[in-house]
Design a protein around this ligand. Sequence first.
Ligand SMILES: [Zn+2]
Length: 299
Amino acid sequence: MSHNKNLLILGLSATVLLLSGCYGAQADSVARDGDTDPIVVVATIPLLADLAKNVGGSLVETHSVVPPGADAHSYQTTPGDSVVISQADLTISNGAGFDDSLIPVLESARPKGAIHVVASEGLDGQSRSEIEGDPHFWQDPLLAIRYVERIRDGLAQADPGNAAHYKKRAQDYTARLRELDREIAGLLDQVPPGRRILITHHQAFSHLAQRYGWQTMALAPGDAGSVTPQAIIQASQIVKDAGLPSVFVEARFRSTALEQVARDAGIMVSPIYAGLGGEANTYVEMMRFNARSLADNLR
Ligand SMILES: [Zn+2]
């Protein structure tokens, strides 16, 4: 493979485009030792690229089609994205309907023979019935570990000579995620049981709730759903009944409806992240930020 030059040129044009306020895939490259090219991983979203970086270390160069902070549900790909995808040894999507809109460009641009991993494969049928249809499985760190296993296997398939390296790093990272799980449980335990209710604009946190025994309510049920007057009334009622001091809004979803609910009840709107962006640069940072935000604003 001789794609380093292309990526360098792409990196340059991405910098220029960044100044003009719109750009496509982001490069996060670390060359591996010696003269071998790194394994190029292109994920649909930054969170999946971060997991791959943790498993691959310096042997991989990771990219995300959707930039940090952008809304994965409505992202429009650019020609620059296709150039990056065309260098991929491994592509990663979330699956379960989350990033379906990006699959056609992944399929058409990626090289023949590149490996593709659907990170959530096998998780869909395991949800309780009330959270079926929430594809943000990573909000449960134990399910994120399942993602890590898929990514590890994909890397081993794309680069069999370094399978032991990926296995070791996946083990180490999994240990960090188990620690993160305990840390989150400890933070969320600070919230009185009657207030363990997370009200958001879009339903992205049902797996977090299920893991830690919380309840969730979203104004818009699915990723494409719209807010109904009934949902606003219901949210206001829950806020009142449980005496919730806060509802939670993602920075990238300006939710005038949820802000109205908070204003009417005289309570706070606090930040939360469904994916990477803003103060959440890595998966671990994001999960920690969310748990702290819930603990600080609901207790
Ligand atoms: Zn979503």
